[in-house]
Write a protein that binds this ligand. Structure first.
Ligand code: NDP
Length: 285
């Protein structure tokens, strides 16, 4: 019997925990965690993501500071806003919604955010901490995957985990988080020969590729745990993952659906990271 890993329910659990922690923290310290959300331009998908993140803030008691900037915002203007938010004591987390318009340098912006306010976990310093096994905000999507594995009591230590994808926001941090938890980790990418054979070695298979339904039954060992990070929009407007769910479900011992798997966890872990950033800032004040 395959376990369907329910990200919507687990994300709700995480938000409930954060709401409780925020309420208690605010009662004890009179400080409310604050998240600055920066959105540049008019991309409709980005607008909808930002609105959902602001709703999540409301739900858990985090104050959101909304900064919607025009498409013509210059690098200097955006840098100045980041500097202001870095210096603002009411702001504990800064989220710059990606992608930015083409004329803006995303890497420069990520590196400009104060590492302790980088609740996305993308800053080179925080990625270095992950590499070194030191505490720091962790990238929300792979961090959400780890929480899903824990929520479903899926043992990581001693397993062979295979991650398809090596991006800085998902694949690489995912591999490091699995390594941190004592998995033996293989990272695959577009130049990996015989990808299905490598993936069939996996006890835990994480697909973070961006190719609809690429992972079919030939990639999956009987009884493997299959985590689908992919979010791909079909021409019909529906969302599909990187895993061919119907083909793989029967072989897997546990599997995340798309939608309703990893996706909701990313936003929930952002709330958790913002609370943690606030608590850390207060602790060190
Ligand atoms: P990127 O495009 O940055 O990285 C994709 C990775 O997949 C690359 O490392 C690439 O290899 C590898 N790849 C591409 N094609 C193949 C192939 N045929 N065989 C093997 N490897 C391949 O994507 P992201 O990491 O940003 O995102 C991956 C997916 O996750 C997307 O669908 C995205 O929408 C989704 N996503 C979901 C999130 C969520 O909240 N659930 C959050 C972020 C992303 P190479 O390096 O060699 O080019």
């Amino acid at each position: 019997m395959t376990t369907i890993i329910d990200g919507t329910k687990t994300a709700q659990t995480v938000r409930g925990e954060v709401a409780k922690a925020v309420a208690q923290f605010t009662q004890e310290t009179s400080v409310r965690p604050g998240l600055a959300v920066v959105l540049v331009g008019e991309d409709p998908a980005s607008h909808s993501y930002v609105s959902m993140k602001e709703r999540d803030c409301d739900e858990v008691g985090i104050v959101s500071f909304d900064h919607r900037l025009s498409e013509t915002t210059t690098q200097d203007e955006l840098n100045a806003l980041i500097d202001m938010l870095n210096a603002d004591d009411k702001v504990h987390g800064i989220l710059v919604q990606m992608p930015l318009p083409n004329h803006l340098d995303e890497e420069q912006i990520i590196a400009r955010i104060a590492p302790e306010k980088d609740v996305d976990g993308f800053h080179p310093y925080n990625m270095g901490c992950l590499l070194r096994g030191e505490p720091a905000p962790r990238a929300c999507t792979p961090w959400g995957v780890m929480r899903l594995l824990d929520e479903y009591d899926i043992e990581v230590a001693g397993t062979h985990a295979v991650v398809i994808g090596r991006s800085n926001i998902v694949g690489k941090p995912q591999a490091l988080m699995l390594l941190e938890r004592n998995a033996t980790v293989t990272i695959c990418h577009s130049r990996t020969p015989d990808l299905p054979a490598v993936c069939r070695e996996a006890d835990i298979l994480v697909a973070a590729v961006g190719r609809p339904a690429m992972v079919d039954a030939s990639y999956v060992k009987e009884g493997a745990v299959v985590i689908d990070v992919g979010i791909n929009r079909t021409e019909a407007g529906t969302l599909v993952g990187d895993v061919d769910f119907a083909a793989v479900e029967a072989r897997a011992s546990a599997i995340t659906p798309v939608p309703g798997g990893v996706g909701p966890m990313t936003r929930a872990m952002l709330m958790s990271n913002t609370y943690e950033a606030c608590a850390t800032a207060q602790g060190s004040a």
